[in-house]
Design a protein. Structure first.
Length: 399
């Protein structure tokens, strides 16, 4: 019944204003239950000017075959380095087939690639992997940023000039000898939630606190710090003003495992008074909330499974300066699920729920904006006409 109501609401509350339509289809990247070969992707600019990619693969996601009493996986890796998505400006491409003996690797394994110095630094890397046994493909887009060249091995994922690390990690990195005066700061966003789609203003993330953070210099080019807290760490070269970021996630990321982690995403489905009540005793009140809206333990468990899987998926897709579920795209994804169609270029992303070129479909447009100094993310173009539709979509979860 919920699916039928969802379709009807698309027609009843559709926003019909004309939107700019980007030109590259990224719909498959936003699957709720994808075949995901990657655990991590990052890149570095080495001192010799080469570009190094390090990809961490999950061997369990690939189909093994047996040959001479040995199990192995086989996959094709292709990387396209692009200057722009709009014009599909290709700077270089790399392709190779790998055959991995499963006895030689653990549950994850790394592959490093070195690409010769390019005349122009790419803005994007389009990475495609095909499991040659299963005949299935997946691709991901990596945003790239040449600023403040740093070589570090701790992070497990990279988006633009942000590296994702885990709370408690020791971050050791190398900087150019020209960087003489560097400073590290810590930003906390504990109480930040994005404004609803119908609020016609963009509010930059509210920073609860900014403090200087200890940075240890090992020698003329090597430094380290410990990511003791969950949150954003900003490194700045005071001479050049170039900035670099790490975001420290929980040890269980992208999963939700504690009552505190279960509490915060409920803000999208609750009234302010409900949310404040749940905050007082999360262990009891979270279960009571889901049982109340589910009507039975069986339905409550199903709603919990679906909702917190979306938290996980939003974290995997959109985490940057905050967890993925707290970004504008994460908010829409949490409530609405995977869009029917997603189009993307350098500066815009368009989500369509319903048939394309149908005036009754719902559309959300995101534009790239600076959310913190030197840090960009896709921000929703808000509109008051979303209000009735948004409330009704939340009610679908609650009934």
């Amino acid at each position: 019944m919920k699916k039928i109501v969802y379709v009807l609401l698309l027609g009843l509350f559709a926003c019909t204003s004309k939107l700019y339509v980007p030109n590259i289809n990224f719909t498959d990247s936003y699957e709720e239950y994808p075949t995901n070969f990657f655990q991590g992707i990052k890149y570095s600019v080495l001192s010799n000017g080469q570009l190094e990619f390090t990809l961490t693969f999950l061997r369990s996601q690939m189909l093994p075959k047996k040959e001479n009493n040995t199990f192995y996986i086989q996959f094709a890796l292709k990387i396209k380095l692009l200057k722009s998505l709009q014009k599909n400006l290709l700077l270089d491409t790399f392709g190779k087939v790998y055959q991995i003996d499963l006895n030689s690797v653990g549950t994850t394994f790394d592959i490093s690639l070195h690409i010769q110095q390019l005349k122009e630094f790419p803005s994007f890397a389009l990475i495609e992997v095909e499991d040659l046994h299963r005949k299935s493909k997946t691709f991901t887009l990596v945003e790239m940023d040449p600023l403040l060249p740093i070589v570090e091995k701790t992070s497990f994922y990279q988006r633009g000039n942000i590296h994702l690390v885990r709370m408690g990690d020791t971050i050791t990195f190398e900087m150019p000898t020209s960087a003489k005066d560097v400073k590290l700061s810590y930003y906390a966003f504990k109480d930040y939630f994005p404004a609803p789609p119908y609020v016609e203003f963009f509010e930059k993330p509210h920073v609860d606190s900014i403090v200087s953070f200890p940075l240890v210099k090992l020698d003329s080019t090597h430094y380290f710090f410990v990511a003791e807290k969950q949150g954003l760490y900003k490194l700045i070269d005071l001479a050049s003003k170039q900035q670099y970021y790490w975001y420290s996630v929980s040890v269980s990321f992208p999963l939700v495992q504690t009552y505190e982690e279960m509490l915060f995403p409920l803000r999208y489905l609750t009234t302010e008074s409900e949310y404040n009540k749940i905050k007082q005793n999360p262990q009891i009140e979270i279960e009571s909330f889901w049982l109340r809206i589910g009507g039975s333990e069986e339905l409550a468990r199903e709603l919990i499974r679906r909702y917190y899987h979306r938290v996980r998926r939003a974290n995997e897709l959109f985490t940057k300066h905050v967890e993925g579920w707290r970004t504008d795209r994460g908010m829409i994804y949490m409530v609405m699920g995977k869009p029917t169609s997603v189009y993307r270029n350098d500066q815009h992303e368009l989500w369509i729920y319903g048939q394309e070129n149908n005036m009754m479909s719902m559309q959300f447009q995101f534009t790239k904006q600076e959310v913190l100094p030197g840090l960009y993310d896709f921000v929703l173009v808000r509109n008051s006409r979303y209000k009735d539709f948004w409330f009704n979509m939340i009610e679908i979860w609650r009934k």
